[in-house]
Design a protein. Structure first.
Length: 175
């Protein structure tokens, strides 16, 4: 719970510094930057923090790690959430609704466009399925390896997980 409060506070006051932009420009192609900058600013800052944490973890990690791939998936892991889909308040609502009222949340996700509940349902849907949505966006621009990692980053660990996925999960959890 403390971690969630900390995340909310950081998201509320998130801002991208020049060094953050330079990291994005250095690591991501133009198409990938378009996906990155389509995210809400708070998600951009979160992705930057995840990328920096992932690099620190990789230094101590016992297995071989492709640091370039790791940076790319860290920066792109939340591209399933675009500005307008899920803002800070929407994210807070989604977390509370799915934890406290899962059956109601499931029902709201079925709301049709044009109804009073659509915005809430859409926020819940994007919150729950953003990994799959993001993986789809990455596949559209032919980033198949990155898409396979992003698609799995909220799934339970598996014995066959690649090092970059394991580290991404650890870094995401810390941020």
């Amino acid at each position: 719970m403390i971690q969630r409060i900390r995340q909310f506070y950081r998201a509320l006051f998130a801002s991208m510094e020049q060094a953050d932009h330079e990291l994005v420009w250095q690591v991501l192609s133009e198409k990938e930057q378009t996906l990155f900058y389509a995210m809400h600013r708070a998600d951009q800052v979160h992705a930057i923090n995840v990328a920096r944490t992932a690099l620190k973890i990789a230094k101590e990690y016992p297995r071989e790690v492709n640091r370039t791939l790791l940076l790319r998936v860290a920066l792109l892991h939340d591209v399933g959430r675009k500005k307008g889909d899920l803002d800070i308040w929407g994210k807070a609502f989604a977390v509370l609704a799915m934890k406290g009222f899962p059956r109601i949340a499931e029902h709201l996700m079925q709301a049709r466009k044009g109804t009073i509940f659509y915005r809430f349902g859409h926020a819940l849907y994007v919150s729950r399925y953003h990994a799959a949505i993001g993986a789809g966006r990455l596949r559209e621009i032919r980033l198949l390896t990155e898409a396979s990692i992003v698609a799995r980053h909220h799934l339970p660990p598996d014995d066959h997980d690649v090092a970059e996925l394991i580290i991404l999960r650890m870094a995401d959890e810390r941020n």
